[in-house]
Design a binder for this molecule. Structure first.
Ligand code: ADP
Length: 341
């Protein structure tokens, strides 16, 4: 609208000097004068009209022409920018594709290597077990001690390979969850039973504060939740000092059950707490007391808990222990929960 008005104004302003020129010219020709006066009047009218035209041109048309030129330059630059963006977009898409392919190659490499390692490691475990049990002949105490060390190292290697496979399956989304109503108490009992040799070997007491009333069933994948509990409890024992205590408690709400695992071990340094769920991360104090460890356990645990629709977090002070919390959704479909929740 404003643009149309401006064009009209320019048109009118250009018309005025033309009209003036013709008016003066007409007067000069209509009325007889001396020839010189005639010519001077005519030139004066011509100059005046030219001056007005130049002024109009400078005031209205020149800025418009400059603006138009600038506008054209901006449009050309934008065109170049757009072309560059399209090219970059294409390059990024290609780079992304290459990265995805590389990631797949890495994934299958880890998977193949880990699977290939698992079979001989299991074989070694089986053989060492036979030797340690004395099935292949009696062993001297010294031989037994060394074989037991080999057995433990082999076990750690198996755990590492399993962690690598677990993390890889999580990243590639290969894990299939089978959610069903689950009694957490049964899983906890089984895990505590399995970990009791490790706890007593380290002189750590694991206490389970039983939930007073019927605990609601949760909606979970038994095998995966078992892995979560095992990982957190193993860590609590591993990073406790001899004579320490690990306390496991449960609390049930209407929508979720909260599991708490508290230890009084080495704790996590404050400045490193933000990285604790990252892949391969191990805190500096943990590396000092426990050289073995993949730093994959908590990454796997977090992913499993979140896949269940739960949350995981912790509180810690270095030197005073860690308390891990995680939640699992209550199974609202089962008949038992309708009575207890
Ligand atoms: P790993 O135990 O094999 O190192 P995790 O992923 O299970 O790997 O744990 C990552 C890091 O988190 C550990 O290296 C340690 O620094 C810290 N951490 C986990 N649990 C505890 C704990 N209960 N007490 C102290 N530090 C812990």
């Amino acid at each position: 609208m404003k643009r149309v008005q401006q064009q009209w104004r320019v048109f009118l302003v250009l018309l005025i000097p033309l009209a003036l020129f013709f008016a003066v010219g007409g007067i000069v020709f209509l009325f007889p004068h001396e020839d010189v006066l005639h010519l001077v009047s005519f030139l004066a009218a011509l100059l005046l009209s030219l001056a007005i035209q130049v002024a109009v041109f400078q005031r209205h048309l020149l800025p418009n022409a400059v603006a138009l030129l600038k506008f054209k330059q901006i449009v050309a630059e934008q065109d170049r920018g757009a072309q560059l963006l399209v090219r970059r977009d294409l390059e990024l898409t290609r780079a992304n594709e290459r990265l995805r392919n590389l990631d797949e190659v890495k994934s299958s490499f880890i998977s193949v290597v880990a699977h290939q390692l698992r079979t001989p490691l299991s074989g070694i475990k089986w053989t060492l077990n036979l030797l340690l049990k004395g099935d292949l002949g009696a062993l001297s105490p010294e031989q037994q001690t060394f074989l037991f060390k080999a057995y433990e190292s082999n076990d750690r290697m198996i755990a590492l390979v399993n962690d690598m496979l677990g993390a890889d399956r999580i990243e590639s989304g290969k894990i299939r969850y089978r959610f069903a109503p689950l009694s957490l108490l049964e899983v906890i009992d089984a895990v505590l039973f399995e970990l009791s040799p490790a706890a007593s070997a380290k002189g750590v007491t694991v206490q389970f504060a039983k939930y007073p009333e019927g605990l609601p069933l949760v909606r979970a994948d038994a095998e995966q939740i078992r892995a979560v509990l095992q990982n957190l409890l193993e860590n609590a024992i591993k990073y406790s000092r001899a004579g320490g205590t690990v306390l496991l408690t449960l609390a049930a709400g209407r929508e979720e059950v909260t599991v708490t695992i508290k230890d009084d071990g080495i704790g996590i340094p404050r400045e490193q707490q933000k990285s604790i769920f990252e892949r391969f991360f191990r805190a500096s104090n943990a590396v000092k007391v426990e050289t073995e460890g993949s730093g994959l356990g908590l990454f796997i645990v977090k992913s499993i808990v979140e896949k269940h629709g739960g949350r995981i977090w912790f509180e810690s002070e270095e030197g005073r222990g860690v308390t891990f919390y995680f939640t699992v959704p209550v199974d609202t479909t089962s008949a038992q929960n309708k009575k207890t929740v």
